[in-house]
Design a protein around this ligand. Structure first.
Ligand SMILES: Cc1cc2nc3c(=O)[nH]c(=O)nc-3n(C[C@H](O)[C@H](O)[C@H](O)COP(=O)(O)OP(=O)(O)OC[C@H]3O[C@@H](n4cnc5c(N)ncnc54)[C@H](O)[C@@H]3O)c2cc1C
Ligand SMILES: NC(=O)c1ccc[n+]([C@@H]2O[C@H](COP(=O)([O-])OP(=O)(O)OC[C@H]3O[C@@H](n4cnc5c(N)ncnc54)[C@H](OP(=O)(O)O)[C@@H]3O)[C@@H](O)[C@H]2O)c1
Length: 427
């Protein structure tokens, strides 16, 4: 046992991070190997590893420059006092703009003209002409010095305030605005705003650890944890951007340098059947393959006699067949009894998702389930896992001779809750 946790992470070493996708791929998925050294950290197939990333140094320096701070200013954070550079690097997420920050700007919008100061304080306004409650204001100045909507023709309004109002009053506009922007983009759009160091950090999102399903068995790779990581990269507003943790691991974490804060996140539910003679069906497209590589390694190490059926998929066979050599070797050796591959953007085959192949093999899936097989799903929660879930219900209905309601109850109540042999690791 070890005491490492998200609050007290082990500083581990990444020893390798080769590409799993080809250099021609439209995606970048990497195999990352972390060495556990003398940490005492242990895990089992099915567990996840937590990584605590940091914001890129250049981004923090650019932000400090634009804000006019040295970085040495002290600020109060949720974990105590820190200098601003440290806070922006380790305590908050500054790679993406957050809603709380935008919502918290109300007190900043001061419209000033000759003898006019207007502070927007809420989202409802009292219309001066009708008395209707739509937006409330407080202001100081003369009676006829009204907010800009009511300013006389020829007096210009503040575009930054208009932009801000548009965002806080329209959830879709807010979502679109936040999607592609960070604080550097924000400062460009709101050049007139200034902040004290404390004001700037007060409404930032706290930096959160990220979890990664472990792709290795501890018996096959003693002392190491292996991950399958899809790197999030995108280009918006003239700059390269990306996911906080994946960019940190892909671009900034040096190999063989004991500096990556990590901890174990054990699972109680997403585990292999205790009886090795039980068959298992695994559905894991994209990075969803990770825990199934661990399961397959573990079952091989254990000499488990149950059959293994894997559904994997990604964009193309040529460029995104993750772990091709290992999976093909297992198929050849018979360790993988059945391997079904779904390519969604392969010019050589019709667009196929894993659930299409499940439906095609529905009768055989049902036979495996009827004889006690476990059914596992890993990967995208929002689309893939929902479609796979429905396909499983359809299979129970079609081949189990059940009504739609009974099929749903069989999958969701009996298999999932009572027998605990329909298990999901979705994110
Ligand atoms: C239990 C569990 C297991 C997981 N296992 C794995 C795993 O094995 N492998 C793996 O790769 N991930 C896994 N994840 C996901 C992982 O934890 C991270 O969420 C993922 O790596 C992204 O983290 P990030 O910090 O790089 O991105 P973040 O900084 O968190 O950013 C991701 C966000 O960026 C935004 N985004 C994405 N594309 C664009 C775009 N083009 N333009 C604008 N915004 C965009 C989206 O809002 C997206 O949600 C797992 C998650 C959980 C909860
Ligand atoms: N909830 C989340 O935030 C979340 C979850 C998973 C992945 N991601 C992110 O997405 C990126 C890539 O992830 P990934 O490589 O694991 O997988 P992925 O890109 O999501 O997809 C892997 C395969 O699944 C296919 N797919 C898409 N929709 C599907 C559906 N409804 N049913 C079945 N298959 C479907 C994809 O096809 P097409 O792309 O051709 O449609 C692709 O062939 C990463 O950046 C990861 O962090 C985010």
């Amino acid at each position: 046992m070890s005491d490492w946790s998200s609050k007290n992470p082990y500083l581990g070493v990444m020893s390798e991070k080769p590409l799993l996708t080809s250099t021609a791929s439209t995606k970048e998925t990497r195999h990352m190997v972390m060495q556990l050294g003398d940490s005492g950290l242990t895990y089992k197939a099915g567990d996840a590893l937590g990584i605590i990333p940091e914001n890129p140094q250049e981004l923090v320096e650019d932000l400090l420059g634009l804000l006019g701070f040295s970085g040495d200013e002290l600020v109060e954070t949720h974990v105590g006092e820190a200098d601003l550079r440290n806070a922006l690097t380790h305590k908050f997420e500054v790679h993406r703009l957050c809603k709380k920050f935008i919502n918290g700007l109300g007190h900043k919008f001061v419209v000033s003209g000759p003898e006019v100061t207007v502070r927007l304080v809420g989202r409802t306004r009292t219309s001066l002409s009708t008395g209707e409650n739509t937006l409330s204001w407080d202001w100081s100045g003369d009676e006829d010095d009204y907010p800009s909507d009511f300013l006389p023709v020829g007096v210009s309004s503040d575009p930054a305030r208009e932009l801000w109002e548009g965002l806080v009053n329209d959830a879709k506009a807010m979502e679109d605005y936040l999607w592609s922007r960070d604080y550097i983009d924000f400062l460009a759009d709101f050049p007139s705003l200034s902040f004290t160091p404390q004001e700037f950090v007060d409404n930032l999102d706290r930096l959160k650890p990220r979890l990664y399903s472990i792709a290795s068995s501890p018996d096959a790779h003693p002392g190491a944890v292996e991950l399958t990581v899809a790197i999030v990269r995108y280009h918006h507003h003239g700059r390269e951007k990306g996911g906080l943790c994946t960019i940190y691991m892909a671009d900034h974490a040096a190999l063989n340098d004991a500096s990556i804060p990590m901890f174990m996140s054990p699972t109680r539910s997403f585990v292999l059947p205790a009886d090795g003679s039980t068959d298992i069906i695994m559905v894991g497209p994209g990075t969803g393959i990770a825990p199934f590589r661990a399961f397959l390694e573990q079952r091989e190490f254990d000499g488990a006699t149950g059959r293994n059926w894997l559904f994997f998929g990604d964009r193309t066979e040529a460029d995104e067949y993750l772990y091709r050599d290992e999976l093909e070797a297992w198929r050849k050796s018979g360790h993988i009894d059945k391997l079904d591959l779904a390519w969604s953007r392969d010019p050589n085959v019709p667009k196929t998702y894993v659930q299409n192949l499940m439906a095609k093999h529905g009768e055989e899936i049902w036979q495996w389930i009827e004889t006690g097989a476990y059914f596992y799903v890993c990967g995208d929660k929002n689309y893939m896992a929902k479609d796979v879930h429905q396909t499983l219900i359809d299979i129970a209905e079609q081949y189990g001779g059940m009504s739609p309601d009974d099929a749903k109850e069989f999958i969701e109540k009996r298999m999932m809750k009572e027998e605990k042999r329909y298990l999901r690791d979705v994110y």
